[in-house]
Design a protein around this ligand. Structure first.
Ligand code: NAG
Ligand code: NAG
Ligand code: NAG
Ligand code: NAG
Ligand code: NAG
Ligand code: NAG
Ligand code: NAG
Ligand code: NAG
Ligand code: NAG
Ligand code: NAG
Ligand code: NAG
Length: 596
């Protein structure tokens, strides 16, 4: 007689059973093999333990019996995630000759990929006739071994194996909880292996490991760009949460374009000299600033009253005390009373007295060939506190009347003039670059070197001769004046920068505003360029030319300049060779004429 409670229990049990069994699939007996190390009882062969049948062995002939101690191994045709194993014993407990109580005792069950990787499982339920192993989480097994210890026989009528359902494509592993990350197609449902390689962001045989921080993409081979705050990029796409200063693009691999810098490349560079791009991160100019600007970013215009490179030069005396042009130093409205020249630094004398230098020549243009030699640089380096450029530069002064260039001027047969000669002061000594042994060029001065601002020493022309005479022996006074010359290029040199091959020294270019412009030769680029600048004389513009000493193939240009500019005195301020180094080619003939 069933009571109401019994019926409820029965129904509940049915429900529970269904739930537990949901997702379990019985592994079919097909293709499986069995083996043992022990002796079989009679015809109770091992195959009977996996034939799909259970019951009374006397009636079904479906049980295996092996003498203990022994093992019985089941090899499935493929690996499954096994969720449960049930060992069924013989059920004929009423038969007198059979010891049913011991048939499933002292049994150990192990399982795994193969017989070398088997782990012991714990029985979750067992009775005299049935031993159940619930395996959570499911384990990958192809081999299942039942070990019977002690004596008597191990009788097993059936090994029931239940596995999890096949994983949906795209998932694998125990309970199908892992997602495949294959580049194409499904992965192996057991171990996740992809036939096609891994999706971007994943690596490993099972494509189940993410890229190391800082790497992304297929096989994690690509490095992240420059993410803001050194963050790691998205391992799949490489996208940064934001870019570090100096970079943009979603991958933060694009450097800011020339001329911009900073976060999102939003800031514009200042006024770097020769328009070289500023540092993409900091905005700092790599070299000096354009004349008229200073500060590391070259964004600060010079204070009123100062101009030129690094704002180190003081304006002349402009009319009404106005500030001069910060680039060129020119006074916008002309000079204050008593001053002259485009820079308003010349002092007008009430009575014109011929200047000591050059003036007596009257109308003659002197070309001072100025070659900054490696000697000068070496000396400057070896005695860094003192400069001696003037010591090495003989300036030949000759009267124009019967002037003949027929030999190299040397220190012994010309009269050296050491002093603040206008031609020299305005010449290119301020900037010294020089070819190294290997033919490369370098900057002889560190960038952004610290210099003091100094006032210009004004000497009235009628006092110049006296001044030179009185201070002739006093080198420091000339040294001081020399040190006031602003270092580096002071004005734009766009034409010169473009005239490759025509400048012997890096950063020693002819200024756009004062360069000597040669007549253009058709089809010859830069044919109007020579590294030579006009230099104002006393009360007279463009009285001199300061020129680079010609080397091949520039001798032709040099003579064109002499011809076109109507030059008739050339003062050579270098030797052809100094300290074994060629400084200037011999551009004139001696016993025979030469033709250029
Ligand atoms: C079979 O295996 C069992 C369990 O490992 C072991 O105890 C027994 O000695 C083996 N029998 C033979 C005959 O090798
Ligand atoms: C079996 O049970 C023992 C003791 O409770 C435990 O240490 C071991 O991890 C269990 N093994 C498995 C496979 O669950
Ligand atoms: C999984 O993918 C294979 C091959 O791409 C296909 O043959 C199979 O039907 C798919 N199975 C499921 C459950 O989507
Ligand atoms: C990836 O899969 C392999 C093999 O299936 C496994 O040994 C490893 O632990 C897994 N790694 C991770 C991070 O899940
Ligand atoms: C994953 O399983 C496949 C198929 O069984 C096998 O060929 C492959 O070697 C296995 N990969 C790993 C890493 O175990
Ligand atoms: C990484 O990028 C992928 C594709 O763009 C996206 O689906 C994923 O959510 C991103 N991951 C993170 C952690 O943002
Ligand atoms: C990156 O910055 C440059 C300016 O430096 C801009 O022209 C470009 O459009 C930017 N690119 C992106 C993807 O924002
Ligand atoms: C940017 O400037 C650098 C250095 O002056 C130069 O080498 C490069 O060619 C420039 N790039 C562009 C796109 O103008
Ligand atoms: C830039 O020059 C101005 C004068 O023109 C001066 O006041 C300022 O201190 C200078 N700044 C730097 C950073 O040198
Ligand atoms: C000179 O400056 C004064 C006052 O600073 C001003 O009144 C005068 O108009 C200025 N003259 C010129 C020519 O700019
Ligand atoms: C300063 O002089 C330069 C040329 O030397 C010129 O380009 C610029 O326009 C002048 N600036 C002003 C404010 O006049």
């Amino acid at each position: 007689m069933y009571t109401k409670e019994w019926i409820y229990l029965f129904v509940l049990g049915l429900v529970l059973r269904t739930r537990i069994c949901a997702g379990n699939v019985r592994v079919s007996t097909q293709g499986a093999t069995l083996s043992t190390n022990g002796s079989i009882w009679d015809t109770w062969a091992v195959e009977r333990a996996f034939d799909g049948r259970t019951g009374n062995p006397g009636e079904c002939g479906c049980c295996a019996a092996i003498e203990r101690p022994t093992w019985l191994q089941l090899n499935l045709p493929q690996t499954y995630f096994v969720k449960r194993v049930v060992l069924q014993g013989r059920t004929d407990r009423h038969s007198i000759s059979v010891d049913v109580e011991h048939q499933l005792r002292n049994i150990v069950m192990v399982g795994g990929y193969d017989e070398h990787h088997m782990t012991e499982q714990n029985a979750t339920l067992f009775s005299d006739i049935k031993r159940t192993y619930d395996i959570r989480p499911p384990q990958a097994m192809q081999a299942i071994r039942v070990i019977g210890l002690e004596t008597e026989y191990m009788t097993i009528c059936e090994i029931e194996v239940y596995r999890q359902e096949d994983c949906m494509n795209g998932t694998y592993g125990p309970n199908c909880e892992s997602r495949c990350h294959c580049l194409k197609g499904p992965c192996d449902t057991i171990n996740g292996t992809c036939g096609s390689g891994c999706q971007a962001g994943w690596r490993g045989a099972a494509c189940n490991e993410t890229c190391d921080n800082g790497l992304y993409g297929r096989d994690c081979l690509t490095q992240c760009g420059y993410c803001l705050n050194n963050a790691y990029c998205n391992k799949t796409s490489g996208v940064c949460p934001g870019c570090a200063a100096g970079y943009n693009g979603s991958l933060c691999k694009d450097e800011c374009e020339n001329g911009s810098h900073g976060l999102r490349c939003q800031n514009m560079c200042g006024n770097c000299q020769n328009k070289v791009p500023c540092n993409k991160v900091s905005g700092v100019c790599p070299g000096e600033c354009e004349p008229g600007y200073n500060g590391t970013m070259c964004k600060d215009a010079c204070d009123n009253g100062w101009y030129g490179q690094s704002c180190l030069t003081q304006c002349g005396k402009c009319l009404n005390n106005t500030a001069c042009n910060k680039t060129s130093g020119m006074c916008p409205d002309g000079c204050a009373a008593g001053y002259t020249g485009s820079l308003c630094i010349g002092v007008i004398q009430s009575e014109l007295i011929g200047p000591a230098v050059g003036g007596s020549i009257g109308g003659i243009v002197i070309i001072a060939i100025v070659i900054v030699s490696i000697i000068a640089i070496r000396r400057r380096r070896s005695t860094p506190t003192k400069r001696h450029q003037f010591d090495d530069i003989p300036v030949a002064i000759q009267n124009g009347k019967d002037f003949k260039i027929d030999q190299t001027p040397t220190t012994s047969d010309t009269k050296p003039l050491k002093g603040p000669n206008g031609a020299i002061l305005n010449a290119v000594y301020a900037n010294t670059g020089s070819p190294e042994e290997d033919g490369l060029y370098y900057n002889s001065e560190p960038l952004h070197r610290k210099r003091k601002r100094t006032e210009i020493r004004l000497i009235a022309v009628d006092k110049l001769q006296e001044f030179v005479r009185d201070n002739y022996q006093n080198k420091t006074i000339f040294q001081q004046d020399f040190d006031k010359i602003p270092y580096g290029l002071q004005h734009p040199t766009i034409v010169a920068s473009a005239a490759t091959g025509k400048n012997r020294y890096k950063d020693m270019y002819a200024y756009d505003h004062s360069r000597v412009i040669l007549r253009t030769i058709a089809d010859e680029p830069n044919s109007d360029y020579i590294n030579a600048c006009h230099v104002d004389g006393y009360m007279e513009e463009k009285k001199y030319i300061a020129s680079q000493g010609p080397v091949n193939p520039l001798i032709g240009d040099f003579w064109r300049m002499v011809w076109e500019q109507d030059v008739f005195i050339i003062v050579m301020a270098t030797k052809l060779v100094e300290e074994g180094k060629m400084k200037c080619l011999k551009y004139w003939g001696e016993s025979k004429p030469i033709i250029h």
